[in-house]
Design a protein around this ligand. Structure first.
Ligand code: UDP
Length: 195
């Protein structure tokens, strides 16, 4: 699909249904290789100005979608293009609805106990399989241990909700160890699933 550039950052012009198709192919049809997904919002643009590693993580992501209207507006102003929204919450919910029991999900992020609750609710509502859960409050020296825990879980989908920048740089740096065919930075989505 076409790719625009917004302040040095890539933005894919892709609808929510097309995003779900693409991620479904990565998880279930293509050879199993890790892919990262960024859902871009204006906060990322501001924050990445002063964090080159955040810029790099977004530039190297396999798919960058417009999380909300702020990005849609920016693309319209800068490129005169209408970019559809594919917000993180809608992507995650859409994948769970489509794939249900075929989908193994790792919930990584939020405060202790929240990922467990999110996983329970997702099992109840969509019948997904839970590959594992881990809170999002660990320091850099623990990154490898957590990434290896995820990597050994056989997840199709890794949801990383650890705050803007932290989640994207973690996902990109550890993608080979995480190993899952779809790894998505999803901000507060784990909190939303926890209800
Ligand atoms: N979070 C986390 N570890 C951190 C900071 C935040 O797991 O070190 C979680 C937080 O609990 C929430 C999610 O990341 O579930 C998004 O946090 P917040 O809205 O503060 O971050 P933003 O996306 O606005 O940067």
């Amino acid at each position: 699909q076409p790719r625009l550039t917004l302040f040095d950052l890539p933005l894919d012009v892709i609808t929510l249904p097309a995003t779900l198709d693409r991620l479904g192919e990565w998880m279930f049809r293509a050879p199993r290789a890790p892919h990262t997904v960024v859902t871009l919002n204006p906060e990322f643009i501001v924050q990445s100005r002063t964090h080159p590693e955040f810029v790099q993580a977004i530039q190297e992501a396999d798919l960058v979608t417009a999380d909300g209207v702020g990005i849609v507006w920016a693309a319209r102003q800068l490129h005169g293009r209408e970019v559809p929204r594919a917000p993180g919450y809608d992507i995650v919910k859409g994948l769970m609805e489509r794939h249900g029991a075929d989908l193994r999900v790792f919930f990584l992020g939020a405060k202790p106990g929240v990922a467990e609750q999110a996983a329970q609710n997702a099992v109840r509502d969509y019948g997904i399989q839970v590959a594992g859960v881990h809170h999002g409050y660990f320091d850099l020296p623990e990154d490898r241990r957590v990434a290896e825990l995820v990597g050994s879980s056989q997840a199709h989908l890794v949801l990383t909700g650890m705050g803007a920048g932290r989640q994207e740089t973690f996902n990109q740096y550890w993608r080979q160890v995480l190993g899952a065919p779809v790894i998505i930075g999803c901000g507060g989505v784990i909190d939303v699933f926890a209800g």
